[in-house]
Design a protein around this ligand. Structure first.
Ligand code: CUA
Length: 391
């Protein structure tokens, strides 16, 4: 191949390689959120449709591309081109070539269209041959409210689903556009103001067992050490993400989906329905609870079993059982809980708790906003410990 062709090809190629390298470093090729590694029938169907499209496109690209390169090399004009250089022979009007190309294109589009149309009906129809679980999802800047209307369960940023069962997610937003996405279970769906969208997803127990060992949780896993002995914990943690830009903290609007077997799922439901149980000694618990009410936390948050009944922020009844805090962004530990209470704006810019609540300082010691509530470091620690104890 002449050198000038090599040069023309090598520049874009090096840019593509650089982009791929950047993606792998920044986490775009991230196993736990990879759509190329499905863990349920919806995700599997969508991936197989993608693969059919990809292969048809690749074959088309290879054939057309090779033909183009061959023609350029063989038929390009030798010598200098001037305004008197005649045009080469034009193939226009060759009926066989033109009809042949149309037929080949229709055939290739047909190969893609069959699984695509089948897939559209598949994801648009909830299978009704077994019980369908329903979850009402509300997106808010920047967290997720989850409700099981059938069971009277309300939780935030972390939901459990039973493995091997279809789950219908009813999607609404309380403010702006968001998009609900659990990459390992299926494609995303927008939450549009004033519109009732939904999608169904299912986690497959065999696929989980074969392909999601790094996501499994069981007795003895470090993140479950703080849980009571009878808490249902055998299962998997999948990661979810808001996939529609919804403001400055969009990237921090994450959530987690616990996939449990039927027995553990029923235990989880019973646990979540119950009032908060604190594992702190009575004295410490009541000091924490009083502080929670006195410092107006209860204006925005609910802790069932106490008089905290606020509905603005996430329900905190069982916050100590969750794997994460701050909408899936931080692991759930007493230290992280304290950091969050101290300065939520440093973790999730412009969130409502930051903009309406606490007195706190920036890293140079300047007062950040207009404080309505001021707590000491000691009080912060009591609050963090109290919240972490809510099981
Ligand atoms: Cu919600 Cu992006």
């Amino acid at each position: 191949m002449p050198k000038r062709y090599l040069k023309a090809v090598s520049v874009p190629l090096s840019r593509i390689l650089l982009a791929l390298l950047a993606m792998s470093i920044t986490g775009c090729v991230d196993g736990v959120r990879s759509t190329l590694n499905p863990l349920g029938p919806v995700a599997e169907r969508q991936m197989s449709t993608f693969m059919v499209t990809l292969w048809v496109s690749l074959v088309m690209f290879a054939v057309v591309g090779s033909f183009l390169v061959y023609c350029i090399m063989k038929f390009h004009h030798k010598g200098e081109i001037t305004k008197d250089t005649p045009l080469p022979d034009q193939a226009h009007g060759n009926a066989l070539t033109e009809i042949g190309l149309i037929l080949v294109s229709v055939f290739l589009v047909g190969i893609i269209a069959v699984p695509t149309v089948q897939g559209v009906f598949y994801v648009g129809t909830v299978p009704t041959d077994e019980k369908v679980y329903e979850v009402n999802v509300t997106g808010l800047q920047w967290w997720w409210k989850f409700e099981y209307p059938e069971y009277g369960v309300v939780t935030a940023n972390e939901i459990a689903i039973p493995a091997g069962r279809p789950v219908k997610f009813n999607l609404q937003t309380a403010d702006v556009l968001h998009s609900f996405w659990v990459p390992r279970l299926g494609g995303k769906m927008d939450l549009n103001p004033g519109q009732d969208n939904w999608l169904w997803l299912q986690a497959d127990p065999d696929m989980l067992a074969a392909d999601a060992k790094e996501l499994s949780i069981s007795e003895g896993s470090p993140r479950w050490e703080h849980l009571p002995k009878d808490y249902p914990f055998q299962g998997y943690v999948l990661y979810g993400q808001c996939a529609e830009y919804c403001g400055s903290s969009h990237a921090f609007m994450q959530f987690r989906v616990l996939v449990l077997d039927d027995a553990n799922f029923q235990k989880w439901v019973a646990w979540q329905k119950s009032d908060a149980k604190s594992d702190l000694p009575e004295g410490e618990r009541s000091v924490g609870q009083q502080l929670f009410t006195r410092e107006k936390c209860a204006t925005c948050h609910t802790v069932r079993g106490t008089n905290a009944r606020g509905l603005v922020g996430p329900d905190l009844t069982h916050i100590g059982t969750r794997t994460s805090i701050a909408a899936g962004w931080m692991e759930n530990t007493v230290e992280n809980m304290g950091k969050w209470i101290q300065n939520p704006g440093a973790i999730k810019p412009e969130n409502i708790m930051h903009t309406t609540g606490y007195k706190h300082y920036d890293k140079w010691g300047g007062l950040v906003n207009n404080p309505q509530i001021e707590i000491t470091d000691a009080e912060r620690d009591v609050l963090a410990k109290y919240l972490y104890s809510l099981k």
